[in-house]
Design a protein around this ligand. Structure first.
Ligand code: ATP
Ligand code: MG
Length: 258
């Protein structure tokens, strides 16, 4: 299973929207897809229509109780897409993990044993705490959504330092598969300026595809649906389909088909 953590410690940059729609796009292309909701806010779970009262087990059980993925994953309404939902317990996990052995490797231990999905996306919380650390230790790659706004690059340097430390200490093969510019508004000149700066600074790491600011993307979660299902032809959905295609192109050649 190829595992991709969607991470940025900055809040509200489009991590969850990217996780839900990339997972849906991959599932639609025939990849057996798993989404692990690692954010106590549970936005990815809610956005995929998983009501709080059906979340019997969750990513908390993976991290703390050493549950198996098969015991905690549930089907979504999207064919080929399963989710390990998040519950509010997860906010306690950050503290509970401090006391357990191999506290950074709990998620990796669970995912390593798992067969049955081709690809896994992890939706990270907006912090660089132990939950995100578990995601980055368990992942092959990190995908960074970056909102086109003034402080975007400042937060990014801290994230890149964290990735470097994780490569040195826990996960030498972790790579950054790409940076996706989100909430791009072409009428706003600052957005354009930031996008140019980010491309100057990070070069080919930045995906060609940009995700536009699009109201359909923000409406979809309130219907418990990925935008790709809610309105598959809106500009936001089309951008995520293009991003998924670009992402697959960055996989190792032997992994480009499900
Ligand atoms: P958090 O850090 O709180 O987990 P996040 O990084 O996961 O946030 P999202 O929840 O995906 O970010 O997005 C933040 C808000 O912006 C949400 O209300 C979402 O619906 C909206 N949003 C995300 N991407 C877009 C977009 N391209 N166009 C319009 N609205 C968007
Ligand atoms: Mg989120």
């Amino acid at each position: 299973m190829l595992t991709i953590a969607i991470a940025n410690q900055k809040g509200g940059v489009g991590k969850t929207t990217t996780a839900i729609n990339m997972a849906t796009a991959m599932a639609a292309t025939g990849w057996k897809t798993l989404l692990v909701d690692l954010d106590p806010q549970g936005n990815a779970s809610t956005g995929l229509g998983i009501a709080a009262d059906v979340r019997d087990m969750s990513s908390y059980d993976l991290l703390i109780d050493e549950a198996q993925v098969d015991d905690v994953a549930i089907a979504t309404g999207i064919p080929g897409l399963d989710i390990v939902p998040a519950t509010v317990d997860l906010s306690g996990a950050e503290l509970e993990l401090v006391a357990v052995e191999e506290r950074a490797a709990r998620l990796r231990n669970a995912l390593e044993k798992h067969r049955g999905h081709d690809i896994c996306f992890i939706d990270c919380p907006p912090s660089l705490g132990l939950l995100t650390l578990n995601a980055l230790c368990g992942a092959d790659s990190i995908l960074v959504p970056l909102q086109c706004e003034f402080f975007a690059l400042e937060g990014l340097s801290q994230l890149l330092q964290t990735v470097e430390r994780i490569q040195q200490r826990f996960n030498p093969s972790l790579d950054i598969i790409g940076v996706a510019l989100t909430m791009y508004d072409r009428r706003n000149r600052l957005t354009d300026q930031v996008a140019d700066d980010v491309r100057d600074c990070l070069g080919p790491l930045v995906f060609e595809t940009v995700i536009p600011r699009n109201v359909r993307l923000s409406e979809a979660p309130s219907h418990g649906l990925p935008a790709l299902v809610y309105d598959h032809s809106c500009v936001g959905s089309r951008a995520y389909i293009a991003l998924a295609r670009e992402l697959i192109g960055r996989f190792p050649p032997e992994r480009q088909a499900a």
